[in-house]
Design a protein around this ligand. Structure first.
Ligand SMILES: Cc1cc2nc3c(=O)[nH]c(=O)nc-3n(C[C@H](O)[C@H](O)[C@H](O)COP(=O)(O)O)c2cc1C
Length: 376
């Protein structure tokens, strides 16, 4: 069976981000798969194969990758803070490049969404304030099995602790570039550390990192500043989930808070700003969509002058429309990329899509990871 090609596709028009020329606008969203090689949370041959299979994305954004041991919150997620991890990511980047693809590494610090079993010295996880996340994390028990565990009340960071985290972000970005990736994405969403600072629900500090919007955005902007200084122009993306509620997020004045951040991000030569539709910030669909979202995204789109990437529940038709309408410049696909390694070709040709199996999203073997078939 043959499929007609879209001749005037916006989704399949090329675009430049920083120094990179992308052939089209179907990006692969960051997807935690909890299958890093053990011990040491090191990308291994199976992870290399998974990314190699998906190299036809305009840009792959890697799964969230901890910048330090303190930044880990879930079992078997990869890091970028040891020599072995840098070598592991070097093999991933080389395989993607060999197929003509591009890859950014997503930099992650989970903050309070962690557990003493991951923390150096068994310490309490760190956060802006000593407020526990209303959620669980996934830890390894004594027999090596993964189990869900409550997160404890975290310790509030000192200013010296905050400065150390900014240094860890910068070092992680340096490590990522040493591994040969094309750039890095700062994960500032989904209720993890940077989001915990931004949102008034999780940040009750009274120092320079809490209270006003400027203060709550300070850590993110310090991280952006440190990382862009490290890797240079056009190679840093920032991912935000404005109005997301995952892991207890909530802000008293989201339009003002995220409007301020969108405006300030113009001060650095970023590759792109990446926003997630709020109904889809986590791995489950939230059934309440805040009616203020649409106005907020249009406002952020107008305020931020660079490339905007959007993710969350897109298909070929809605992605095409979002680009045609000017709502976004690039669309990132998450779950469709799990099940369809050749997703851009399938969208381009209206080929049928494989269905992703949520039972194999996190952890496990090659099943549900590298065994989804290509269409041709
Ligand atoms: C299994 C799974 C893992 C995810 N891991 C991450 C992650 O590591 N970093 C991140 O920013 N978002 C993560 N997300 C969110 C996705 O990037 C994306 O925003 C979300 O799945 C909505 O897009 P979709 O409807 O195309 O799947 C994850 C989602 C899923 C389903």
């Amino acid at each position: 069976m043959t499929y007609p090609l879209l001749t005037t596709s916006h989704l399949f028009a090329p675009i430049e981000i920083g120094p990179l020329k992308l052939n089209h606008r179907v990006a692969m969203a960051p997807l935690t798969r909890s299958r890093a090689g053990q011990p040491g949370n090191v990308p291994d041959a199976m992870n290399v194969e998974y990314y190699r299979q998906r190299a036809s994305a305009a840009l792959i954004i890697s799964e969230a990758t901890q910048i330090s041991q303190q930044g880990q919150g879930y079992a078997w997620t990869p890091g970028i803070h040891t020599p072995e991890q840098i070598e592991g990511w070097r093999a991933v980047a080389a395989a993607v490049h060999a197929e003509g693809g591009r890859i950014f590494l997503q930099l992650w610090h989970v903050g309070r969404v962690s557990h003493p079993s991951f923390q150096p010295g068994g310490a309490l996880p760190v956060a802006p304030s000593a407020l526990p996340a209303p959620g669980k994390t996934f830890v390894v028990d004594a027999s090596g099995k993964g189990v869900w565990a409550d997160v404890p009340t975290p310790q509030a960071l000192t200013t010296a602790g905050i400065a150390e985290i900014v240094r860890d972000y910068r070092q992680a970005a340096r490590n990522a570039m040493a591994a040969g990736v094309d750039g890095v994405e700062i994960h500032a969403g989904n209720g993890y550390l940077l989001d915990q600072f931004i949102n008034s629900a999780s940040n009750h500090r009274t120092d320079a990192y809490g209270g006003s919007i400027e203060n709550r955005a300070r850590l993110l902007l310090e991280v952006v500043d440190a990382i862009t200084a490290e890797v240079g122009p056009g190679r840093v993306g920032v991912r935000l989930t404005p109005m997301g509620r995952f892991m207890g997020m909530g802000d008293a004045t989201p339009a003002a808070t995220f409007g301020y951040i969108a405006r300030r991000l113009n001060d650095w030569p970023l590759a792109y700003l990446h926003l997630v539709e709020p109904a889809m910030v986590g791995t489950v669909k939230d059934d309440i969509v805040d009616p203020r979202w649409d106005a907020l995204i249009l406002d952020m789109r107008a305020t931020y002058h660079g490339v905007v990437m959007l993710a969350g529940g897109y298909d070929a038709r809605s992605a095409e429309k979002a680009i045609a309408d000017g709502r976004a410049d690039i669309i990132a696909f998450g779950r469709p990329f799990i099940a369809n390694p050749d997703l851009p070709w399938r969208l381009r040709t209206s080929a049928a899509l494989n269905t992703p199996d949520p039972a194999t999203f996190f952890g496990g073997t090659a099943v549900g990871y590298t065994d989804y078939p290509k269409a041709a």
